[in-house]
Design a protein around this ligand. Sequence first.
Ligand code: PFF
Length: 460
Amino acid sequence: MKTVSQINNKGSQPRDSFGSKFGFIAATAGSAVGLGNIWRFPYITGENGGGAFLLIYLAFIVIIGLPVMLSELVIGRSTQRNPFGAFRKLKPGSKWFLIGIMGIAAAFMINAFYSVVAGWTLEYLVNAITNQFSGKNTGEITALFTNFQGSAWRPVFWLLVFVAVSASVVLAGVQKGIEKYTKILMPVLLVLIVILCVRSVTLPNSAEGLKFLFNPDFSKIGPSTILIALGQAFFSLSIGMGTLITYGSYMKRNENLGSSATSVVFADTLIAILAGVAIFPAVFAFGISPASGPDLVFLTLPNIFARMGGGFIFGLLFFFLLVVAALTSTISILEVVVAYFSEELKMSRKAATLLASAGIALLGILCSLSLYKVPEISIGNTNLFGVLEYVSSNILLPLGGLLIVFFVAWLFGKDKLKNELSSNGKYKIGYYAIYRFIIKFLAPLAIALVFLNGLGILTF
Ligand code: PFF
């Protein structure tokens, strides 16, 4: 049976929604937990001094990330629309819908470059299954990576497989696709990462790795580290481009926004820290530099799996974990575009998913080729992959985040905001005063600094 809100929704089709609070949390934590946590967070932490970076990152997650996430959910749930339609509904006749357009553009860009790396995780899962790491020395493991990148078709093939899997989940709908799969995959992911942590901390000399991750060395912290930490917090929480507006729009009216957002932020942070616990003790146990950069996952870790007892099974679990983490994130990014196409351009879900995925695949292929095979696919001196990563993470996400908190703080309406956060008085919102202070002043200021730095206007 249709609910009143479904019938009232302007389209003729009833609007899909998450079936339960756990469904929402699994899907949203699935979006947040991804390559950003398991691939990017450990190497950024490694490059920026370990524990001290971690502390700053945690402060940003709580002080800025959580309020921005809450603001997106408020916009999504109160309007029950995609990011474009949401601003149209809230401020008809104004230019605020451009935030939605920016989000949809960011979704295309992030999905394209993200799916390229996600495709690599599939190649590496197959490598792990076929026992390619064991007995190989460092040079041979590097060759595994360079041969793969040098192949004309393999990275593109895996990219297409990945986009197709992601599309098939989204095609099935919010409750029967996204929620159904993330409810299974997220607990699996947690179990896998805990198993890997246990293995890692029981390696000889593992205490060194834990010390590196948790002992703060503030001499390594400069202004740029602070900005990197905020950028990582945005990327990791999937905020600033309307993903949380979209997922929030599928949330039931009687659910508690504050506690749901807190659970998602907690899960995302926990998994990032556990990824660090799984990786650094192993890195130290085998005497490898913790600051290995983006290669950490594809070059450094296979070296460890090649030498560690049980390396075959742990390598397999690790790459399976990466695939799952990447998949639950790409489906959320795809959903942003699909929601827009189907609600605003009145396409069927099938047509919307196929069109969005075809566009993402095309852009993804260009991105993939631009990295190693055809570097001429570039803008200025930067290859397309780098351009999309830079523009989306350093410009579109912070700018989107800034405009979203500004909108909620100054234009949304105080009473409406309180009603939305408390589900019309059902829940206590003791955090309201501090939340409002943050979105009015602190968050816009902090985000503006990152944004200006990202643009190169303000350099530290
Ligand atoms: N949060 C994801 C990660 O950490 O890997 C990446 C991401 C997903 C960014 C969804 C933005 C987004 F909308």
